[in-house]
Design a protein around this ligand. Structure first.
Ligand code: NAP
Length: 260
């Protein structure tokens, strides 16, 4: 329902642009990929395991009249990221928008966290942003600009008692956003982050089935309910558009008022 409303609102701000959205087989990444396509962009999407779901998203993008490149990619491994970026270079030789969205959440008491838990969390949620930003930079440099949107989390701003490693990684995403905004500005590349609050996806279901009930969340969120993936996609489409051309190094909170 909310996706239909956003569709009605969407404009053609991204015609002629090429985008890469990581982790777009479902959830927030899927909504961002579809929104960018609705706004006129051709969109490359990646998934980790859910090939069929990603191919369904690719088909939806193509139904919108946009081109789509759909590939498996492990965001935590440089070789895998490089293979995807090479495919984009060979197919399109251009990239205007990178959305570092892929992420994982684990809910586990601090005392029980293992080295592997910590390393996996930091690799998929933070190192991924470093790898994808660094590997795509030559494309951005080559064409004289572009924009990077990193998906952080309200947890990166507030901390999380049942996911301290996730919160640390997402705080790192905000810091890396600010650093790369400064580093990449000379090449005309803007870098911003979006920090979602509670957004209804599979990740949200992990939370509501373990640590917090829907009622807890509704009480906690000033707007009284969890957000939907298209709410985050709308912010991403704005940041990807030329309307945001003088915005860099910032964090947009899409959280129903949780943090403010
Ligand atoms: P989700 O529904 O669990 O989807 C995660 C996506 O990331 C999937 O496309 C998944 O691919 C992909 N992925 C996971 N590990 C990967 C890896 N190693 N390499 C490449 N892709 C990988 O999550 P979501 O709720 O949409 O979250 C999207 C982003 O928003 C994440 O960064 C998350 O931390 C952030 N966020 C979410 C919320 C929320 O309430 N939902 C709140 C704050 C921040 P497969 O489908 O193939 O597994």
């Amino acid at each position: 329902m909310s996706e239909i409303k956003h569709t009605e609102l969407s404009m053609n701000r991204l015609a002629g642009k090429f985008a890469l959205v990581t982790g777009a087989s479902r959830g927030i990444g899927r909504a961002i990929a579809l929104r960018l396509a609705r706004e006129g962009a051709d969109v490359a999407i990646t998934y980790a395991q859910n090939r069929e779901m990603a191919e369904t998203v690719a088909a939806e993008i193509q139904t919108l009249g946009r081109r789509c490149l759909c590939r498996q990619m492990n965001v935590a491994q440089r070789d895998s990221v490089r293979t995807m970026v090479t495919a984009i270079r060979e197919r399109w030789n251009r990239l205007d928008i990178l959305v570092n969205n892929a992420g994982i959440l684990q809910l586990k008491p601090f005392a029980e966290l293992t080295d592997v838990d910590w390393d996996d969390m930091l690799a998929v949620n933070l190192k991924s942003v470093f790898l994808c930003s660094q590997e795509t930079l030559p494309l951005f440099k080559n064409q004289g600009g572009g924009t990077i949107i990193n998906i952080s989390s309200v947890g990166g701003q507030t901390g999380g008692t049942m996911s301290p490693h996730y919160a640390a990684a997402k705080a790192g995403v905000i810091s890396l956003t600010k650093s790369t905004a400064k580093i990449m500005a000379p090449w005309g590349v803007t870098v911003n982050a979006i920090a979602p609050g509670y957004i209804r996806t599979d990740m949200y279901d992990t939370i509501t089935s373990t640590t917090e009930s829907e009622a807890d969340i509704e009480r906690k969120v000033p707007l009284g309910k969890a957000g939907e993936a298209p709410d985050v996609a709308a912010a991403a489409a704005f940041l990807a558009s030329s309307d945001a051309r003088y915005i860099t190094g910032q964090v947009i909170n899409v959280n129903g008022g949780v943090f403010v």
